[in-house]
Design a protein around this ligand. Structure first.
Ligand code: AMP
Length: 304
């Protein structure tokens, strides 16, 4: 399905194994495109994902995308194994230790954007190989907004291509340690300036439980994280943030300062739900009412 407000999300669909101080799960649904598309699906009915899985990918997970009305015409099913990632968190939930990353079918993935996706107005290049992100950009028409994410794995291997890519996008997302790794700066303002000096118009730095920073030449903004008591698994928080952000932006008529600020609050809300359970379990139980309740609480705790 397509319409003028379609969101195109390209990223990983994965089988994750996760260990946190609060539990352990094997081969659960994960991936950057998974979290971001499910999160965005609360704001838009027109979400198209492009990704790849192996023949081992459980059918029930395919059904799960369908249950959120996410279009998976662009999800290739290839001979071989699905991308697998294992992350281990200690009590500092902001920084997982990667135990392994098996690219599997992602190793030879060539994203093919179905023709009718090419006019999507809102693009989220979720965390995947930056060369694939670039390939996607070369296949689409100039959209309203392009948001792009990455992670330490790719900064280690492909720092140069990431720094080249940022001038072709509108908002670049990284977490705090990735911002340091990419820029060589410890101070977040300097790190953001470094990324902007490579042509990124806006930079968002995610600081986990300490909130999120927005930088651009015109304005800066800080949103705290929603105060939670129960955190089971921080995996996917960043992707759910991005999904909430682009989902909200696709629902407004113009993208201005006020809506950018609000999109960061919606992003933070979606991240806060995600971490309350493993995989996408909490997101799947969510209603728009829950989201709005948390939005109002957010307003209360940040107003002075
Ligand atoms: P987040 O916690 O938002 O940074 O994202 C976690 C998700 O990213 C997990 O579900 C993983 O499957 C996925 N992931 C981990 N490493 C990579 C990678 N190198 N490329 C793409 N996706 C990854």
């Amino acid at each position: 399905m397509n319409n003028n407000n379609s969101i195109l999300i390209v990223g990983s669909v994965a089988m994750d194994s996760i260990e946190t101080p609060f539990g352990k799960r094997e081969s659960i649904l994960g991936g950057s495109a998974t979290y971001s598309s499910i999160s965005a699906s609360f704001f838009s009915k027109y979400i198209n994902i492009v990704s790849v899985v192996g023949k081992d990918f459980p059918k029930k997970y395919i059904g799960l995308f369908r249950s959120r009305k996410i279009n998976i015409d662009g999800l290739q099913i290839r001979e071989g194994q699905t991308f697998r990632w294992k992350g281990d968190y200690n009590y500092d939930l902001n920084l997982p230790k990667t135990i392994y990353t098996y690219l599997n079918v992602f190793g030879s993935f060539k994203p093919v954007i179905p023709d009718y996706y090419k006019g999507s107005k809102y693009i989220f290049l979720a965390n995947i190989d930056p060369d694939l992100q670039k390939e996607v950009l070369s296949q689409i028409k100039r959209p309203e907004i392009i948001i792009c994410d990455t992670m330490n794995y790719w900064i280690d291997k492909k720092r140069g291509p990431i720094l080249k890519l940022v001038k072709n996008i509108d908002i670049f997302l990284v977490n705090e340690s990735e911002a340091r790794q990419l820029s060589g700066e410890t101070n977040m303002k300097k790190a953001a300036n470094f990324i902007m000096s490579h042509g990124a118009p806006c930079v968002v730095i995610k600081k986990g439980e300490h909130g999120v920073l927005f930088f651009s030449k015109r304005f800066c903004f800080y949103a705290p994280a929603y105060l939670l008591e129960t955190i089971k698994d921080p995996t996917g928080a960043g992707d759910a943030f991005a999904g909430g952000m682009i989902g909200y932006l696709s629902s407004v008529k113009i993208i201005n300062k006020e809506h950018i600020r609000k999109s960061m609050i919606y992003g933070s809300i979606m991240a806060s739900f995600t971490v309350e359970d493993f995989s996408v379990k909490r997101l799947l139980k969510l209603s728009m009412r829950d989201i709005n309740t948390r939005y109002n609480e957010f307003k209360r705790i940040t107003s002075f």
